[in-house]
Write a protein that binds this ligand. Structure first.
Ligand code: GAL
Length: 459
């Protein structure tokens, strides 16, 4: 059994819209996901998060399960429309009370809360009245909302994540219309991305100026990235793979760690990539205390020939026509139910790439896991394929640490089966099985396996 460092953080993650339900309770306003799910044919089987895992009512039961599993940390997100039903103005006390109880219950069970401020459920009013993430003032609204959260929860929350996966928000929400708010454009994603970076930095500035010295917490951002392996040894393919990583991860991480967008994006996007002012750069550069990373899969990258092929259109890594990268999968890779290749070594290579490009930041894998169509048999869920996934990815994480990467923690996605966005309830990532008819929770074999790993690692 490989040993991780003693202070390694072992956790699991969820997000508000995917698990809470209670769509209209506690004074919550509508979010863009409530609205998006109402549009016919956007979500598989017409599913929605109205009830989800009913975590809003059953959080105590869920935390008891976390305790049983030996988790030391739990990453969840706050639903902005529970705190500010229209995204502006004064705080909704019922929303504050709900998250306060959740945080207190976690702490009573010795589980450290890792709180994400935004995991995609934008208050609908901000979309309709302010153009969502493309609006001029959106970063200020986000900073004001973040301020409310620091003020009410910062005495107990010591790990803050501003945004979850700005790439997904920008590309799937504003470029490809796969996620809320369902827009299609080849320029809006870059504007949304620009505002997301500013929103992150403004929230961090408030935290550092007003709260950090007394509350003594840390704040960062979580970006997502797949690994891009060059299809061949050819120089053009190696450059294509690098460019694909720049359009994916460096788009958001370069401004924060280096103070500017990657050169490849600046060159190729021209006026579609907005510019930061000098003051903004000052605020953005250095605005993350740690590097949050969500990682799931790997694809092969080749320099695009200019033809529109199936892979080229798919372009899971930025708008494909902008980056000129053709993506494909090795047919020998095993796949998850999302058709994502299981490629553990890609995880290590990505960690090492981040380590080098950003000068050894402290990295936390804030999501990693796999979707499988698990079945319950005699009261138990056997999920050997998921155990193998976790085992092999963790082995590669361990190798990365041995190679000098400052990987400090790992959060399994997800704590329980939940509403998987446009895929509805069909694709299940949980280490706890949920029967969505009865809402019964059952630990899967992978939860038991992870518990052993955590125990053997010194807790
Ligand atoms: C991430 C996202 C999660 C979850 C996961 C699996 O992109 O943050 O909410 O859905 O992917 O698809």
């Amino acid at each position: 059994m490989i040993q991780f460092p003693k202070d390694f953080i072992w956790g699991s993650a969820t997000s508000s819209y995917q698990i809470e339900g209670a769509r209209k309770e506690g004074g919550k306003g509508p979010s863009i996901w409530d609205a998006f799910c109402e549009i016919p044919s956007r979500i598989q089987n017409g599913d929605n998060g109205d009830i989800a895992c009913d975590h809003y009512h059953r959080f105590e039961e869920d935390i008891a399960l976390m305790k049983k599993m030996g988790l030391k940390a739990y990453r969840f997100s706050i639903a902005w429309p529970r705190i500010q039903p229209t995204g502006k103005g004064k705080a909704n006390q019922e929303g504050i009370a709900f998250y306060s109880r959740l945080i207190d219950t976690l702490l009573q069970h010795d589980i450290e809360p890792w709180v994400t401020l935004y995991h995609w459920d934008l208050p609908l009013a901000l979309q309709l009245e302010e153009d969502g993430w493309t609006g001029d003032n959106i970063s200020d609204y986000f900073a004001a909302y973040a301020n409310i959260c620091f003020e009410h929860f910062g005495d107990r929350v010591k790990n803050w994540i501003t945004l979850n996966e700005p790439w997904v928000i920008a590309i799937l929400g504003y470029g490809q219309a796969i996620f809320a708010p369902g827009r299609t454009s080849n320029s809006e994603p870059y504007l949304a991305g620009h505002n997301l970076i500013k929103a992150h930095a403004k929230a961090v500035e408030i935290y550092r100026k007003k709260y950090q010295s007394t509350q003594k917490g840390r704040i960062g951002i979580t970006n997502n990235c797949d690994w891009r392996e060059p299809l061949t040894d050819k120089k053009e393919d190696k450059e294509a793979a690098e460019r694909a990583l720049e359009f994916f991860l460096a788009w958001f991480a370069d401004p924060i760690y280096k103070g500017h967008y990657p050169e490849s994006m600046v060159k190729r996007l021209g006026d579609r990539l907005p510019k930061f002012t000098k003051e903004e750069i000052q605020m953005i550069k250095g605005s993350s205390d740690f590097f949050g990373l969500n990682h799931y899969t790997t694809m092969l990258a080749a320099n695009a020939t200019g033809e529109i092929t199936q892979n080229n259109v798919f372009g899971n890594g930025g708008l494909s026509e902008d980056q000129d990268v053709e993506l494909s999968a090795d047919p020998n890779w095993e796949k998850t139910a999302m058709q994502w290749g299981i490629v553990p070594w890609g995880c290590r290579k990505l960690l090492e790439w981040i380590d080098q490009r950003y000068d050894r930041p402290e990295i936390y894998i804030t999501e990693n896991g796999c979707a499988l169509d698990d079945k319950i048999i005699n009261g138990e869920v056997h999920d050997p394929k998921r155990i193998k996934f976790y085992k092999t990815y963790l082995e590669e994480c361990h190798k990365a640490i041995q190679n000098g990467v400052a990987l400090k923690g790992y959060f399994a996605w997800s704590f329980m089966d939940n509403f998987e966005w446009a895929s509805g309830y069909a694709k299940r990532f949980g280490i706890h099985y949920i029967d969505f008819e009865t809402l019964e929770r059952t630990p899967k074999a992978s939860a038991k396996w992870l518990r052993e790993v955590i125990e053997q690692n010194g807790f």
